[in-house]
Design a protein around this ligand. Structure first.
Ligand SMILES: Cc1ncc(COP(=O)(O)O)c(C=O)c1O
Length: 409
């Protein structure tokens, strides 16, 4: 029997990165591909104690619970957000099964087939996957180092009349860039002008290598400071990068209407996210120094990044450049024009190192000579070997090009 797939199923391609992560499972492979935090950073004992405390408190944690999520945890998150200047309250919050679910719920309640969403160029590829699953179109807005170019944003707002602008403005995945304050304000103003909602996805904003140097207020804060009434910015973040992704806990902060309708959509998806995990996170936040923990992860990640980039620099690869992110988890490389990152990926797999070609991170025409590597997951002792393997993959590419040239001569 042929399976009568829905349009949604047919419009949900397999994530390229997921497929690559499978390739990365091969024995002996060093993977720089996934967006995984360092496993050594997980506060295992503190999490274990928090779960123990939840179990000691009786059976309530095992019962069905409200869709919006465990209220004391919402209150704790709101308190943390407020301390960082983001106006927040538990009534404007919905706990989700990670920010990936936040993206899905926001798209589910806003998008009809044929609708448009504007995204950065490049953008988070699993957001593109969600947008396309709802049969909506994604359009890339031109960006530079400071964020979306306001002229390009305004032009696309006029041309596509989108329902949503999806952005990841602080240590973006994949480019690692941080939008300037001016660009954030311009995006807020333009979206207000054209009556379009912004989804600010912020999983990496707290992983800062030089916190004192960063002037990157949330768009929620800028929107609230400039305009009265319900927020035009839907904000999502997660404990995946600051505590552990296995806890699958994120949140949406938005105007009351959006939270209400997103909660309705969530009821249909999974009733509510795990109550035990939410209660354990709440217990953890009561006693654990999360800010201190984030400072220490950030220090460790900065060291890993510096180590990786100095190993790469020593190789003096001709025509290959990269950014120096001030936080987050990724390096974004630019290869010589003729060097397609997908070819490098293939040579990398042969050399047992896995990288992600950049082409899947674009809504429109991709830049084929871009690639993303993660510096947080690989064991620091394996980094020199990872760079040696990348070097061999690059040499293979050069050798193949030379032999092609020889053939055509
Ligand atoms: C930009 C971005 N948004 C959302 C997510 C999903 O995170 P979560 O584990 O909270 O679902 C990721 C994960 O890597 C990400 O990079």
């Amino acid at each position: 029997m042929s399976i009568p797939w829905s349009k949604m199923a047919l419009n949900t391609p397999s994530s390229v990165v997921r497929d690559m992560l499978q390739a990365a499972q091969a024995p002996g492979m060093i993977s720089l591909a996934g967006g995984l935090p360092a496993q050594s950073s997980f506060p295992v004992e503190a999490i274990r104690d928090a779960y123990q405390q939840v179990f000691m408190s009786g059976a309530a944690a095992l019962q069905y619970a409200e869709t919006e999520g465990y209220r004391p945890l919402r209150a704790k998150i709101a308190e943390r957000l407020e301390s960082k200047g983001i106006p927040a309250s538990p009534d404007h919050m919905l706990l989700t099964t990670g920010s990936q679910q936040s993206i899905d719920l926001v798209c589910r309640i806003l998008l009809d087939p044929g609708d448009s969403v504007l995204v950065e160029s490049p953008t988070y590829l699993a957001a593109l996957q969600v947008i396309h699953s709802y049969q909506a179109e994604s359009h890339g807005v031109a960006c530079d180092e400071e964020g979306m170019l306001p002229e390009s944003l305004e032009e696309q707002l006029k041309q596509h009349q989108p329902k949503l602008v999806y952005i990841n403005p602080t240590f973006s995945n994949p480019s690692g860039k941080v939008w300037s304050r001016t660009r954030r304000q311009q995006a807020v103003d333009l979206c207000r002008k054209y009556g379009v909602l912004i989804l600010e996805d912020d999983p990496y904003g707290e992983i800062r290598f030089n916190p004192e140097q960063l002037d990157a207020p949330s768009l929620v804060e800028l929107d609230a400071a400039s305009y009265d009434g319900p927020s035009n910015v839907i904000y999502t973040s997660t404990f995946s990068k600051t505590v552990a992704p296995g806890l699958r806990t994120g949140w949406i902060l938005a105007s009351a209407d959006i939270v209400k309708i997103a909660a309705r959509a969530k009821q249909g998806a999974d009733l509510h996210s795990s109550s035990i995990d939410q209660r354990a996170l709440h217990a953890l936040l009561e006693t654990f120094d999360l800010d201190g923990h984030i400072r220490s992860i950030s220090k460790d990640y900065a060291k890993r990044m510096n180590n990786m980039t100095s190993l790469m620099k020593k190789k003096a690869w001709e025509g290959i450049t990269w950014n120096s992110p001030q936080g987050g988890m990724f390096l974004w490389l630019e290869l010589p024009e003729a060097m397609a990152a997908s070819n490098l990926f293939t040579y990398g797999i042969q050399e047992k190192v896995c990288i992600v070609p950049g082409d899947s991170f674009y809504a429109g025409t991709p830049e084929l000579n871009r690639m993303r590597i993660n510096f947080t997951h690989t064991d620091p002792e394996q980094l020199p070997e990872a760079v040696e393997r990348m070097d061999r993959a690059i040499q293979r590419w050069h050798a193949a090009v030379q032999s092609d040239t020889a053939l055509t001569l």
